[in-house]
Design a protein around this ligand. Structure first.
Ligand code: CKX
Length: 598
């Protein structure tokens, strides 16, 4: 089942991490289930969790391994945990998992970038070793997100063929917890804020697994400032609220207590930031002040770690983003580990939270072809109903998990899908209608439009509260000496959008040029640092003419791993920073620009 609450410890709740060395075994012929691997792996190796095998191996067939694979670990449950409900919570397992405890199946989950938990109380033995086994699968299809396909090589091996431009890392890449929770427990709670006359009304909606009363208390720097006792919904009001903002990311503490016969039986506390976010005409307002988004499309990606969570990388990335003067990033192209959002709440960063709906566009796989957008009517295929169900499930899990973060200011429901067909509009009309019911703060909903989805042909922008453009004039189109044409292409397209008089904010969510940090060229040439500077200067010169542009999120924060290809030199090199987080020349240009831009 989905697991929206990040594990905490208090008088009622205990947890311990199960990270470390697990046993691992690939199962290319999918014989494990019949072969009893859910009880005992026949010939396992050691594998770190969190981690991803693709970055650790020296063998190509293991790096690109596609199919079933197993993790297994023994753990001890002392009998003093007897009166608690016991769960195992995964920050994520990519892309799908089936979990066994002492050989018994206890749950499964589809989706590789959101947490889930399985209840294990009825399957474990106290005061002795127990065994968890996870069957993982990393195959891609058009029935799940992110989308892709696969081929069978001449040697019989499966090979994933992503419809997206990042390496198909897989495995248990985020933290794993053993949870000991009260039988009657708080499952989740969502908050909304109304600001008026120097007061903040905080409305709460608590989800629990039984019918109970709740005591909700708000603390400002350990001092109680408001309290309410109610059923699942209610509200608190405070005067002179200290709002959460970019320059002052002020956090309160909220405590939810579940009461039974006036006795507290469960408690969940969280840090919250009181702020409002809304779109008014062509502006994005944070606490009723227009904001301009400066920052990045990012990836969870690093040497040796692949996409595995690591708080040193998170801290380094935030330090680099603070240094350069950024205030925002998009979690391209999937919800990131929860720890990213916790830092953003504390550091004062804005996040566009993106569901893994990437690759819903076969033509995107041929970059040379993307501008012809040879639409293959992706949304007309018979697997679309299954895809929509998974897409909606993951939107719900993302919003349930991230709804309370003040740093999250918008939901991105797609990245560069086919967007020029009636069936693409019909598909996303339902997706947006589904999503709009899930966030009581009604944050803006959007998605990013691929090159070729311009004002004359795109059908999805009417669904979006602000418009996100991924544009590569000067790179995939009109690169090198033709950049002189690229500027006019960009202006022509923006003129086209301007003529639609949408009265909505526009954000550039991707623009960039592959650049080798070792390359300097005079005159500048594509792949050189000088060209990356020229490319961005051209965009910034154009942006000045279009007042409805309210954000520039460059692609990408850092170089990152992709599948191999004739246009990838060790991966995608559009980074402002190298993969090991050192600045390219462009970082100094952006720092100068962003520190002046307010
Ligand atoms: C024309 C499509 C551009 C594409 N957009 C999605 C990103 O995930 C890729 O990395 C980026 C690129 O090719 O650099």
């Amino acid at each position: 089942m989905e697991s929206a609450l990040y594990p905490i410890q208090n008088k009622y709740r205990f947890n311990t991490l199960m990270n470390g060395t697990w046993k691992f075994e690939a199962d290319p012929n999918s014989v494990g289930l019949d072969g009893g691997w859910n009880k005992e792996l026949p010939d396992p190796e050691e594998m770190p969790v969190p981690g991803t095998f693709a970055e650790l191996t020296t063998k190509r067939d293991r790096k690109y391994y596609t199919g079933d694979f197993w993790y297994q670990k023994d753990f001890f449950i002392p009998s003093f945990l007897k009166e608690k409900d016991l769960y195992i919570r995964f920050g994520s397992v990519t892309h799908r998992a089936k979990v066994f405890i002492n050989g018994q199946e206890v749950g499964q989950h589809e989706g590789g970038f959101l947490p889930f938990q399985v209840k294990i109380s009825d399957y474990i033995q106290y005061d002795q070793a127990n065994r968890i086994t996870v069957l993982v699968n990393n195959e891609l299809s058009e029935k799940a997100i992110p989308c892709g396909t696969e081929e069978i090589l001449d040697n019989g091996q499966k090979l994933a063929q992503p419809y997206f431009d990042f390496f198909n890392y897989s495995g248990i890449m985020r933290n794993v917890w053993l949870l000991a929770l009260p039988q009657n427990q708080i499952i989740n709670f969502k908050l909304n804020y109304q600001l008026a006359n120097n007061k903040a009304a905080i409305t709460y909606n608590i989800e629990a697994n039984n019918n109970a009363e709740f005591k909700v208390t708000l603390f400002d720097n350990q001092k109680e400032v408001a309290r309410a006792i109610s059923k699942n919904t209610g509200s608190l009001t405070i005067k002179n609220p200290h709002l959460w903002s970019l320059n002052d990311p002020y956090l309160y503490k909220i405590k939810i207590e579940m009461l039974e016969d006036e006795k507290t039986v469960d408690e969940y506390s969280d840090q919250i930031g009181i702020r409002t976010i809304k779109i008014v005409n062509d502006k994005i307002l944070l606490n009723n002040h227009p904001i301009y988004l400066k920052g990045f499309g990012k990836h969870e990606d690093f040497n040796v770690l692949g996409k595995a969570v690591n708080e040193s990388i998170i801290k380094r990335d935030y330090e680099c983003m603070k240094w350069i003067g950024a205030n925002c990033f998009r979690t391209s192209h999937y919800p990131y580990a929860e720890e990213w959002y916790q830092y953003a709440d504390k550091y004062g960063f804005l996040i566009i939270d993106e569901v893994p709906a990437v690759g819903l566009n076969r033509s995107i796989t041929n970059f040379l072809n993307v501008t012809n957008s040879n639409q293959s009517h992706f949304f007309a295929s018979k697997t679309v109903p299954e895809l929509k169900k998974v897409h909606e499930q993951e939107i719900k899990e993302m919003i349930d998990r991230d709804q309370r973060h003040p740093s999250v200011i918008a939901w991105s429901l797609f990245n560069e899908p086919e967007s020029t067909t009636q069936e693409s509009y019909d598909y996303f009309k339902d997706i947006f209608a589904f999503a709009r019911k899930l966030d009581p703060q009604n944050r803006p909903y959007t998605g990013t439009l691929v090159m070729g989805s311009g004002p004359k042909v795109d059908k999805l922008h009417p669904l979006c509260d602000f418009i996100c453009l991924n544009r590569y004039y000067g790179w995939y189109v009109a690169g090198g000496p033709e950049i002189v044409n690229a500027k006019k292409m960009l202006e022509d397209e923006l003129d086209g959008w301007q003529n639609l008089k949408l009265n909505k904010p526009f954000i550039f969510t991707e623009f960039g040029a592959d650049t080798l940090s070792s390359s300097h060229r005079l005159p500048d040439e594509m792949w050189s640092q000088e060209y990356q500077n020229e490319y961005y200067q051209m965009y910034f010169d154009v942006f000045k003419k279009y007042p409805f542009i309210y954000g520039e999120l460059v692609w990408n924060f850092a170089d990152f791993k992709t599948s191999e290809g004739i246009m990838r030199v060790g991966g995608n090199d559009k980074g402002i920073f190298t993969r090991d987080r050192e600045p390219k020349d462009i970082a100094f240009t952006l720092k100068k620009r962003w520190q002046q831009l307010n």
